[in-house]
Write a protein that binds this ligand. Structure first.
Ligand SMILES: Cc1cc2nc3c(=O)[nH]c(=O)nc-3n(C[C@H](O)[C@H](O)[C@H](O)COP(=O)(O)OP(=O)(O)OC[C@H]3O[C@@H](n4cnc5c(N)ncnc54)[C@H](O)[C@@H]3O)c2cc1C
Length: 423
């Protein structure tokens, strides 16, 4: 469909990548966001192209550990209890997958999407002002004790099964590998051939600047409706005004649920609220992103600052950030990197888009022609965003992607959703 007009809702990493690849496929592209580009989850993430992070959180044994996580203030899991009634159906569906068969299926499907992330981002950023933000590097998982590391044996076995290998560094060898690690960690699993983005928000803005320089449009506005008649997309409503288009791609991250439903797609998308602290001009800068297992946060070198990012808090899209996650992040970072000091500190909270099977929705609406969806990338949306955008652009352009798209099918949660007519 060259010359068709595609409107893309949401200018995070997924929407921006879709827009770039759709433009390269010869489509006329309008990218829409109610904020400036790259100001949702794609702004504040840990910046890691975490290709090896293919194993979901629900694995066998989670049900035994989960409750102790919730009641232990030094664990990185928080819940706003007033949100529990609303969260309960999602949480049950999520926890039901804490079994070997589902964990393996998810790991396989994530591997297809994120294993080549660095190459996918290089291809995306090539010839754009985003390229300088992309850096090849290792990715390190750091543990306090060998026992803690061995407690993750199931996860490492699944990583290996999906083609990942690592090197272990212990004690003095770990400190020699990265002198930043002088604190309460004693063993590290180091994965090579990974990558990081040294300013994720600026990276997305640079991609969108390229889109516009090449003749695409960025429109700042709130999309409240996607109109479709006789089973085909005809346009969308932006800040109250109708905009005609031939195809729509919904890449609105954690906010995608209601618009997806209007396309006949039931998408039980929740938010896993995540937090970051940035320490400007820090006294210690790790060589590569380090995931501190005890606190489940990453410390990533970024331009001029160290970003500590992680924490999972369930509490919905509207509640204000909580104080405790910020305090926990800082406490754990200082324990891992004693002597850490900085000039200035900034704080942020954002929304990871999460579906109960830990996989994104990527594909075409089963009922409405010209309607495509791409959201729900959990903790690996930056990692998988470049490939997802390419896949979506291929689908919009009428091409067949070269990977099995079944695991990401938009209709997989949808039994009996009525889409109605609109517009
Ligand atoms: C603390 C934290 C750390 C993370 N670390 C990593 C990491 O190291 N590596 C990794 O791969 N991933 C990481 N992630 C996950 C990653 O950030 C997300 O999965 C990813 O950014 C999701 O991208 P997106 O484009 O789907 O959504 P977003 O970036 O949230 O973009 C969605 C956009 O849609 C817009 N929008 C929504 N509704 C509408 C509407 N109706 N009209 C107009 N615009 C709309 C929003 O304004 C927003 O800009 C982390 C996340 C967090 C919170």
């Amino acid at each position: 469909m060259p010359d068709s007009h595609v409107a893309i809702i949401g200018a995070g990493i997924v929407g921006a990548a879709t827009a770039i690849w759709a433009q390269r496929a010869g489509l006329k592209v309008t990218l829409i966001d109610r904020l400036e580009p790259g100001e949702g989850a794609s702004y504040g993430n840990g910046g890691v192209l975490a290709s090896c992070a293919v194993v979901p959180v629900p694995v066998p044994g989670l049900l035994r550990q989960g409750p102790s996580y919730l009641f232990n203030p030094s664990r990185p899991l928080f819940l706003k209890w007033s949100y529990l009634p609303r969260l309960a159906p999602w949480l049950l569906a999520y926890l039901r997958r804490a079994n070997d068969r589902d964990a393996r299926a998810t790991a396989r499907a994530l591997t297809a999407l994120i294993a080549d992330s660095l190459a996918d981002h290089r291809a995306l950023a090539l010839g754009t002002p985003a390229a300088p933000y992309l850096h090849p590097c290792d990715f390190v998982y750091a543990y306090r004790t060998r026992r803690d590391f061995e407690a993750d044996a199931y996860t490492y076995a699944l990583k290996r099964e999906n083609g990942f290998s690592w090197q272990e560094f212990e004690g003095a060898a770990l400190r020699q590998y990265d002198p930043a690690l002088t604190g309460d960690v004693s063993i590290g699993a180091v994965f090579g051939d990974h990558g990081r983005i040294s300013d994720p928000g600026a990276y997305v803005k640079a991609l969108v600047a390229h889109l516009v320089a090449q003749g695409g449009d960025f429109v700042r506005g709130d999309v409240t409706e996607i109109s479709h008649k006789t089973g085909r997309v005809s346009g969308l409503r932006v800040d109250g005004k109708m905009m005609a288009c031939d195809a729509v791609v919904l890449t609105a991250g954690a906010w995608s649920g209601p618009l997806a439903r209007s396309l006949g797609v039931r998408a039980p998308v929740e938010t896993e609220r995540g937090y970051h602290i940035e320490l400007w001009n820090p006294s210690i800068m790790p060589e590569s992103p380090i995931l501190f297992s005890a606190g489940q946060f990453v410390a990533t070198p970024m331009e001029g600052r160290l970003r500590l990012a992680g924490i999972v808090e369930f509490g919905g899209l509207r509640a204000q950030p909580s104080r405790a996650p910020f305090d926990l992040l800082l406490r754990q970072a200082c324990a891992a990197m004693p002597g850490l000091s900085w000039d200035e500190k900034t704080e942020w909270m954002g929304h990871r888009p999460v579906l109960p099977d830990s996989l994104p929705i990527i594909g075409q609406s089963p009922d409405i022609k010209g309607a495509f969806l791409g959201f729900g990338h959990h903790h690996v949306g930056l990692t998988g965003g470049a490939r997802t955008g390419r896949l979506l652009a291929q689908l919009v352009a009428g091409q067949t992607p070269n990977i099995d798209m079944t695991p990401y099918a938009p209709g997989r949660f949808s039994a009996g959703v009525s889409k109605g007519a609109s517009g």
